[in-house]
Every structure is written in C-alpha cells, then in structure tokens.
Design a protein around this ligand. Structure first.
Ligand code: AMP
Ligand code: MG
Length: 532
C-alpha cells in the first residue's frame, strides 16, 4: 500500500463543510450560531509544540508512514500551527441535555475539525484537534485542554479500541508549551497546568446534540439536511433518505448505542458524562472526561464528583441513560417522522430488547458459557451481581481469577484461594459471605456441567472477553504525574500494555494490580471532575 511521507499528500474529501450550510459570520467570537451546521475557524497557534506520542495503529488508518511522526511538520500540523493542504478547519454547532436539563447551544468549544481524510481503502476519517483554541462555541471558556486530561483521552481511546469497544481514536498527543489555568475541583484551588492537544480520529464526530439543536430552534429544514447527510455519508447501506429510511436509521442508531453500552458493561467502563452532546451517532465512545474503570464492583459507582450526589451516570445506570438519550434523539427527529408510535416501538425493539439480549449474551460469555438460558441464567447473573457487591471485589481480577479455578475438579476440592487476589480485603471475608459465594459457585459449577464444556474452552472463552489490563485511574495518574515532570516513558508503556489487554504477560504484573490504598482518596484516581 502507498504510504504518505508528507502531510500535504493526504487526500481530503471534506463532505461536512462542502455539503452542509456554514455560519455566515466569519469572526471567531462567541455567539449563538443560527442556520448553520458549523463555523469555519482556525486553530490558535501555540508557542512551543512538542509531540509526546503517536498511535501507529491510527496513523496506519490514515496511511501515514511512521517516519513522519518525528518530523517538525507533524508536530506543527497536529498542534494547529500549520494547516496542511486540503484541510478546511471548522467547529460544529450542537446542543445537548446536560445531566437531564436542556442546555441549549454547546458546540465544539475546544475541538476543531481539520477535515476528512480519505485513505487508500476509500474510508473517510475526520481529524479533530481537541484543545486547539477558542471557537464561536467556547462560551466562557478558553478552548484549551491540559496534559492531564489529554493523557487520559489519548490512552483510553486507544485502550478501548484494543479492547474491542467502539470508540473515537487518538492519533497524537502534543504539548503546546503553554500553561493553562484550571481549578480542578471548582473549589478555589486553581493552578497552572501544561497545555496539550490530542488529535482525535473518527469516521464522524456527529452527536445526538447536532440534531437536537436544530429541532429545538425549529430549524427543521436544517435538521433534514443533516439527517440526510448523515444517512448518505455514515449509513449509506440504508439507501436514499426517505421517511421509511429515517426510521431504519433511528433503529440502527439504537442498535449501535446498545452494542456500545454492552461493551462498557463488559469491561467495566464508566463514561461519567453521558450527556446527549457526548453521544455519537455512530455508537462510538466519545469525549473522554471524568471517566473511570470499575475497580471494586459497585453498580452505584461513578468517578465523576460533579455527579457524586445524584449518580445519574453511575455504572448501573448507563443502559438506562443511553435509552433516555435515544429518547431525546427521537424527540429531535420527530418533526421529520410525525409518528411518535413508530419511534417508541423502535426504542423498545432496537434498544431495550437488543440491549437486554446483548447484555445477557455478554454476561454468560464472561462466564465462559455459550448461550444465555433464562431458566438458569437469570438467577446465575443476578446472584453474581449481588455477590460482587457484598465485599470489595475487583471486577477485572474476579473474572480472570475465576477462569483460573479448575472446575473439572470435584466441587468440594475447588481451589477458591485463587479468588483471594480479587478482593480488596481478602482476610475479612466472613462465613456469611463465603456461604453465599459457595451457593453461587455451585450453581455455576452445575451450569458448566450441564453445558458440557471443556476447561480449556471455558478459559479461552473467558479470557477473550475479560480483559486483564485496563486503564485503571491510578495507572493513568502515575503516567500523568511523570508527564508533568517531563517524563513521558509511562505513557508509551501504558499504550504498549493496553495493546494486548487480554493476553497475560509476565513482564506486566504491575499493571494488573488492584487500586493501591494511596489512590483511594487521591484526585485523579478516585475523584475526577469535568474540569479538563
Ligand atoms: P464536555 O463536558 O467536555 O463534553 O463539554 C461540554 C461543552 O463544553 C462542549 O460544548 C465543549 O466544547 C465545551 N467545553 C468544555 N471545555 C471547554 C473549554 N476549555 N473551552 C471551551 N469550551 C469547552
Ligand atoms: Mg463533550
């Protein structure tokens, strides 16, 4: 395949800006943008950019040759200091419901799309700089991003991709050489942090909120244009847009969203801010902010202190919140459809049913079983959920250790000490807990017998869906602390570890460790906010 050695040789086909209405005002000042899908805006040049890391897998999607990663030009372009040939930068106009309330216009306040690359396989990949300066949508903020949150976004996007979870990707992480003021917990204890820019890559960055904004303003013609465009570009298999195709499209968005959330529940990812402006129309995980990874299993857990009281977006609520968001999308496109009943039916069939089947299938797969059987597995799964919350149990390690127990042995001789690894305080397990665990294990044991599956097969099935290496918040925080001291080794190391999340590697024992005690109360490890 032909490789690209200079960024000016990338091929662009900027469909979004060429086929949709632009903001007629060209001044980059904050305002309500009416009658347009986007505003043209240039990234703000930065003082002293420096590339810290590039994901070669993402560069590959763009056909970039690795030799250019170290070039000054790469840094200039992905810091926003130079616009390569064919790029037509723009910020999108969108709205959204934030924590259940309609927030009006939001938009790309600190994201600037550079354009749509077409690769040798004719795939379109939009490049987007996050943290490249103000846009008309920046409201009261600075349009910038800090190193801390950019490391989190970069590592987690790539980890998710390697875990098999639908996600936007991250090509590069560049330091700007500038300082950015942040009050991390909005408590008056602000500080200067290093500025950084991540180049995100996805087939499209369109969000539910892109449709909502037009509907909320009664700009129905614009709504139709964007829906038609989205179907033509992102869902071409659905055919020429029409009233019937709109319903098929909504159904497809429901399916993709359900699949994404099933994956989140599988790997223990908590998004933290499932506002409708953070929901991708392609069912991609998007906008990595105060997300977290389930360590001790708890349905009520959210890493986002901003949501600490209501816990709207906690782990156990994610499926329901996705439904709520899809219902807002349905409301937004209703003017094009005119039948609330059809939309309601699709929500139930394509989301609720699909999520439920997907979740059941995924959960039994985590246990090494091939198929969900309601008679036995409803109880098996609900009792497991209960068990995991009785004592602090690391979700990731629990499934990996359960795979290690040899279930071909007699039930009374199962080596349960293998599970100790998964508990935060293994010495305090009481008899009551052990009794409940034994009851569950016996059910599981009998279920395995009844499935007639070999141990080899069970272990290989389980280890293919239960990751061992996940971006635990404390691991990211270690890499961030080092990076803030000018050492970027750990970022490279984490990227490497998360390339093979299911494959145990004896060199990487330290990346499997439960959250250490020091991380329990440390900012960035157990507490995060939207400030990024
Ligand atoms: P988020 O919570 O990151 O999804 O952001 C919600 C909205 O706030 C979006 O419109 C963002 O573009 C905007 N936003 C977040 N941080 C900034 C910032 N530092 N500067 C400008 N806009 C921002
Ligand atoms: Mg967002």
């Amino acid at each position: 395949m032909k490789k690209i050695y200079t960024l000016d040789d990338l091929t662009f086909d900027n469909r979004f800006v060429e086929q949709l209405p632009a903001d007629s005002e060209s001044h980059n000042i904050c305002r309500q943008v009416m009658g347009a899908c986007y505003s043209r805006v240039l990234p703000t040049p930065v003082r002293e950019p420096k590339t810290i890391v590039v994901a070669r897998e993402v560069a590959n999607l763009l056909d970039l040759n690795e030799a250019i990663f170290t070039s000054d030009d790469f840094t200039r372009v992905f810091a926003g200091n130079r616009i390569a040939k064919g790029m037509q930068p723009y910020a999108m106009c969108y709205g959204g419901h934030q924590f259940g309330q309609w927030a009006g216009q939001l938009g790309d306040g600190r994201a600037i799309n550079l354009g749509e690359v077409v690769n040798a396989k004719k795939e379109h990949w939009t490049l987007q700089l996050k943290g490249a300066g103000k846009t008309p949508y920046s409201r009261q903020s600075d349009g910038l991003a800090v190193l801390r949150s950019s490391v989190r976004e970069f590592i987690c996007s790539e980890a998710m991709a390697h875990l098999g979870v639908p996600t936007t990707r991250a090509l590069s992480l560049v330091l700007t050489g500038e300082k950015v003021w942040r009050d991390m917990f909005y408590d008056g204890n602000g500080a200067y942090e290093s500025g950084a820019i991540v180049c995100r890559v996805a087939p499209s960055f369109t969000r539910f909120g892109n449709f909502q904004i037009f509907s909320s303003r009664g700009e129905i013609e614009l709504l139709k244009q964007l829906v038609d465009f989205t179907i033509r570009t992102d869902f071409p298999e659905l055919g020429v847009p029409s009233a019937a195709v709109y319903l098929d499209w909504f159904s497809q968005v429901c399916l993709l969203t359900a699949q994404m959330v099933v994956h989140w529940q599988r790997v223990g990812f908590v998004h933290g801010v499932m506002n409708t402006d953070n929901m991708s129309i392609l069912g991609l995980t998007i906008d990595y902010g105060p997300y977290g990874w389930m360590e001790d299993f708890n349905l009520k857990w959210t890493p986002n202190t901003t949501d600490g009281e209501l816990k709207r977006y906690c782990f156990g609520n994610q499926p329901k919140m996705a439904f709520w968001n899809l219902a807002q999308l349905a409301n937004a496109i209703y003017p094009l459809i005119g039948s609330a009943k059809s939309l309601q039916e699709i929500l139930n069939d394509s989301y609720t049913q699909h999520f439920q089947h997907g979740w059941q299938g995924m959960m039994v797969e985590k246990l090494g079983l091939s198929r969900f059987q309601a008679e036995t597995d409803d109880d098996l799964l609900s009792e497991l959920t209960h068990l995991l919350q009785l004592t602090q149990t690391d979700m990731t390690l629990f499934y990996r250790q359960l795979a290690k127990v040899d279930f071909s042995a007699e039930f009374d001789t199962l080596n349960l000490s293998l599970l100790d690894e998964a508990y935060y305080t293994p010495t305090t397990l009481d008899n009551e807990y052990k009794k409940i665990r034994l009851v569950w294990l016996e059910k599981y044991y009998n279920r395995l017998r009844n499935e007639g599956i070999s141990e080899v097969e069970r272990v290989s099935r389980m280890n293919a869906v239960n990751p061992l290496y996940v971006p635990r918040n404390y691991l990211l925080q270690n890499a961030i602390d080092d990076a803030n001291n000018g050492n970027y080794e750990e970022i490279h190391q984490l990227l490497e570890v998360f390339r093979s999340p299911y494959q145990e590697n004896s060199r990487w024992v330290k990346y499997t460790q439960k959250r250490p005690a020091w991380a329990n109360e440390k900012a960035g490890c157990s507490m995060l906010s939207c400030s990024s």
